[in-house]
Structure formats: structure tokens, C-alpha cells
Design a protein around this ligand. Sequence first.
Ligand code: M6R
Length: 607
Amino acid sequence: MCGIVGYIGKKESLPILIDGLKRLEYRGYDSAGIAIQNGAIQNYKSVGKIDQLEKKIKGIDLFGNLGIAHTRWATHGAPSEENAHPHCDCEGKIWIVHNGIIENYQKIKEELQIEGHVFASETDSEVVAHLIEKFYKGNLLEAVRLTLGEIIGAYSLVVFHKDEPGKMVAAKKGSPLVLGLADDGIIVASDVTAIIRQTRNVIYLEDGEIAFFENENFKILNFNNEEKEKETQKIEWSLEELEKKGYSHFMLKEIFEQPNCIIDSLRGRLIPSEGKAKLGGLDDDVKNLSEIDNLAMVSCGTAHYASLIGEYMLEEYADIPSKASVASEFRYRKQLLNKNTAVLALSQSGETADTLAAIVEANDKNIFTLGIVNTVGSSIARATKAGVYNHIGPEIAVASTKAFTSQVTILTLLTLFLGRMKNMSLATGERIIKELNKLPSQIEKILKNEDEIKRIAQKYYKVSNFAFLGRKYNYPVALEGALKLKEVSYIHAEGFESGEIKHGPLALIDENFPSFFIIPQDSVYEKNLSNVQEIKARGGKVIAIATEGDEEIEKIVDDVIYIPKTLEMLTPILSVIPLQLFAYYVACLNGRDVDKPRNLAKSVTVE
Ligand code: M6R
């Protein structure tokens, strides 16, 4: 996730900026850069770690008490020096760092190019510098204000102008920004971790606010130029607590990030009036995609379970026969692929060796390859011909949580995209979009029920075996629930299609072998209900994930966790949340190393 640090004051800015960037490293990044004002502008960027940037500036006389710096986690354009921030206007006078996504950057960029602006990067962020240049008439603050009126999306920005020494402007909408008030100056950053070495007195900017700095003084305005009073707060947290945003583990933090991750994965990608999805990464390949008559999905672990949900969606709504395979199996099996097959890889890291190898093989056979990848510029992102990024920031805990719900969200977008090219009606497209937009608040509601899930974890955490059961769209969720539990708690857990239990697994069931049953009120509810009865009849305990308002289920099972009603195809995005939390709490109660479970790696780069 990108990080911003800026400094204006009496001290040398360089050490403060570098220290701030280092404090932001935990968020993940692929390149970094710095720009310092001292009459002239000194700007340095590098790909890779902050050490690389430090090596680059070693021995250079870099001084000045106003500067901005940035760690970039690529979204638009690969990790490279050109795409790293700070970015500047045509004349190298206006320097900006930006976090977030400018949704209408393409249109703005085209218009500015017609007006003669020359761009140096592929980023969405660079349009901000050029727009400010367009509006600049000797007053940076006013030019920034006019620019904010033009851009759509989420941003936090820090800007300075070569011709206005001792002045800096910051603005926020939808992406965090905080001011640190030190004795000798002000640090502005996307995250308080970058500030607390200098001061613990901070002011959080809110959406729609601009901060204008002049030497050590500042004022905060709204976008209409009206000054605002703001309260200073004292940060009491330790650095480690801050990195995890106060959560005890990254896994928990990432579970709680999911409402925002869904918003970020959907941002700028829906056309509600046409019931369609707009996927920039597929735009150049619409013809290829319209000719696809079957889809082979390749991935591993959690990403594979997301792709199994994709199978159901793509077949039901886009009429495309789809097959999801574990990447390590795909490669060693005869593949009946034809010129109308597309191979779709799903990967959070973009570096999973088996998934990458499957894509390389498909490329060798001239099969059209696509990716749903979270890490921009990763090997899989580069190896696939087209694709869609998740845009959810780095996932740090080994156990994948937010990547799963985002992958299912993107698969829904892909289903809309392909389905509307085929037989999906406008009404169906509109309905899916309406329900997609409800998901963030619905996830919030489930997360608010955390204490009940914790209570259930306390009841069962000493159990040695668990079954997870579901049908249709929620069978892959059963697999994912079992994987989460075994991965972080080391408790044996297995996922089954609920219709299959009577064909063998039922023999395992007794009072010491509980089952999680994902049983929303959907097209297979009645069938699932019979399977619940089969387990209860054998003395098995059942914890149900059920639809709000389903009072019948309470009478049959031992514990119930409710989820809001949504479209059947979208239930996995909700039903998985309690399972993630359950796995997390069981692991904590058993004293496990939640973020780094034994024997596992975050990115599996060996075959
Ligand atoms: O980075 P990827 O999405 O390609 O990773 C795939 C699997 O290694 C990953 O999902 C793994 O199963 C997780 N640890 C599950 O929580």
C-alpha cells in the first residue's frame, strides 16, 4: 500500500523523510522516491527497498527543510523509477505525492495531452501535477483546490511548488492523511507510524479537508476555502500496535479491512445504468474475450477456492463452461484446450510458482491468458496477456482473507463483463450491481457480531476435528473455512459437499466431531436442511451460518451465526467472514503464531 511523508519546518527534511519511509515499510511497497525543495528541486527515485534509495543518495549534498517522499505499491503501471512518486508537471516545478486511485485519470490525461502536457509515467497520480500546472496562476493553494474539483476517486495528496518556497499543501478524500505537530515543524503522513518518532501530537484530516502550510504554521480549510478548527490528539500506542492499527494481528486487521477492500476492488468498475462492468485491463481484448467458449482457471490454496466459486458464477450467469484446477495438477494432466479457451490465473502474490508455471505453459501453447492478481508488476501479472488487479493493498498475514473476498468480487465483475456480452439481461446485470454495492455494509454488520463468534470459538477451541459443509456456491466456502482453521490453529478440519457426507464422512460424526454448516436461504436450502438433520441424528454438534431471519434453523442446530441476505452467487463473500474470525479466535485461544503459522510461507515460490 502506498505511503506518504512530507515535512516542512526548521530541521533538515531528509532524515525525517527517510525515517518516515522506513516506518511505512510494513505496509508493503515496490519503489520509493523523494523530492526536496531548496530553491532548486532535488528528486531521487528507486525501485525496491528504501535501502536502494539511500544508496542512490549517499554522498549527495541533499538539503532543504521542505520535502515530500513516497513508497509506492503499484496500481497503474509496473514498479519502475518512472512510475515511482513524487511526480511533477511539465516544467518540473510542481511536485506531488498521491495515495489512492484517480478514477477519471484516463479522460483527464487525454484532455491534458491534447492541450500539450507531456507525461512521464503510466500512473493515474501524475495527472494531479499536470492539472495543478494547468490551474496555477501564482497561488498553489487555489490551483490545488481547482484540481480537486476535477478529480474523481480516492486520494491523499501532498504538493509543493518550486516558486513558492516555504509553502506546502495537503488534501484528503477517501485515503488517510495525518499531521504531526512537532516543536520545529510539521510532518504530514498517510500513517501515524511515520510521525511518532518526531511527535505524538497529531491532527487527523477528514475527507474534504485541505491543509495549507507556511513554514511552521498551518491552517485547515474545507474544499470551499472555509477555515476549520481541528482538535489535536495524543497518540498513546506503541509502534508495533500502530502498524497493526491496534489489532493484535495482521490477520485480524485484514479481516476487518474487507468492507473497504470490496469498495476498492469495485471502484470505477461498475456501470449501473448499463448493468455492466468496466474492466480497463480487459479493454484491449474484448474481441478475444467475446469469442471465448470455455475457461480454465488455475490457482492454489485460497485462490483456488475462490476460482471454484467462479465456476458456478461463470456457468450460471455468463454461459461459459468453466473448470477450476489446482495449478500443480493442471500442468500434469492432458489439457483439452482449444483456440477459444482462455486460461485465467488467480493469485494474491502473483508469484506462486505452480500458478506461474501453468500460465507459462498456456502461453507456450498460444492459449489466451488472463490474471486476477493483487500484486502489480508481479511475475503472473507480467506473464498473463490481460487481467484485473484486486487493488486491496498487500496482504501480510500468511492466512489469506481479504484476497479471497476480493477475488470472488472480481470474478463477479468478470461474470458481469462476459455475461453481458452474451445472454445476461440488463435487469440481471443491474440486480448484481445493486447487490455488489451492498456488500461492504453487510460485511460490517457481520464484523459487528465478532463477540458472538468469539464466544463460539471459546466453546469449541479444544476440539480436535471439524467438518465444514456447504453446497453449490458455498461448497468452496466450506473448503476455505476448513483451510483457514487448519492453517492457523493446526486443528484438523475437512470441507465436504454437504450432499456427500452420507457417502462416507458421516462415519466420522459423533458428539466430539462438530460441523460448521453453511446454510443460507438459497436454492439448495431444503437439501442442506436434510443433511443437517442427518448429522444431528448421529449426535453431531452443528454450528450454522444462516440467513438473518431464519428462525427455524435455531431450533435444530447448536449455534447460529447470521449473515445478511444477498444474491446466492454473492453469499460466499459474506459466509466466509465468520469462518475467518472463528479460525482466528481458535488459533489465538490455542496460543498459535497466527500471522506466521508453522511450516508455511506467504508466497510459495517453489513448485
Ligand atoms: O499468492 P497466491 O494467491 O497465489 O497464494 C496461493 C496460496 O499459496 C495461498 O492462498 C495459501 O493457500 C494461503 N496461505 C491460504 O490462506
